[in-house]
Design a protein. Structure first.
Length: 184
């Protein structure tokens, strides 16, 4: 009977220890994970603000004039929450902790110019949402450029979120164009 070759340990204990500590971060990860985590937490705080704002607008959008708008606010709210989840998972992967303190969240969102707003008319709400989405488009675009090819997965995640964010902004702008045509 052939003797089974003795199993060779390819990796040293030290290497395995480092790999366990670093997880997905290898030497090909060229960004500073701490900086990325902090930027992702800032963007995530705008997603949570956006979620709350859309939900609030959906609760308050009872006008008979645009019944579709309530549904659209609801749909956007859910997508904002998905964005917050995607960012939280990436923050965790990079060894960070998603910010959880409400005041800290508000402060971080405000640092990008995002504040929860609640207009009294549907038109005001749509405008507020459009402005929020546009702030996010700017912030995401800037971070994607800054990351370049240093953190490929974060870049991809941010691009995906940016795509939806631009779509939201464009839908809201279309609504405002349509409503100004009807009024004019
Ligand atoms: Fe979003
Ligand atoms: Fe959005």
């Amino acid at each position: 009977m052939k003797k089974k070759p003795k199993q060779q340990t390819v990796f040293s204990e030290k290497e395995i220890g480092e790999a366990t500590k670093e997880g997905a971060i290898t030497k090909q990860y060229l960004a500073d994970p701490l900086l990325i985590v902090s930027s992702l937490n800032r963007l995530r705080s705008t997603e949570i603000t956006s979620y709350l704002q859309y939900k609030q607008h959906a609760y308050m959008a009872v006008s008979l004039l645009s019944p579709g708008l309530k549904t659209e606010f609801e749909a956007h709210a859910l997508q904002e929450l998905e964005h917050a989840d995607i960012l939280a998972n990436r923050i965790q992967q990079l060894g960070g902790v998603p910010v959880f303190d409400l005041q800290e969240l508000a402060g971080k969102a405000a640092s990008i110019g995002v504040y929860p707003e609640q207009g009294t008319t549907l038109l005001e709400m749509v405008r507020e949402n459009l402005m929020l989405e546009r702030r996010q488009v700017e912030a995401y675009s800037a971070l994607i450029r800054e990351i370049g090819d240093k953190d490929l997965v974060t870049r991809q995640l941010l691009l995906d979120i940016l795509q939806t964010t631009e779509q939201h902004a464009s839908e809201l702008a279309d609504f405002l164009k349509r409503s100004s045509e009807t009024r004019g």
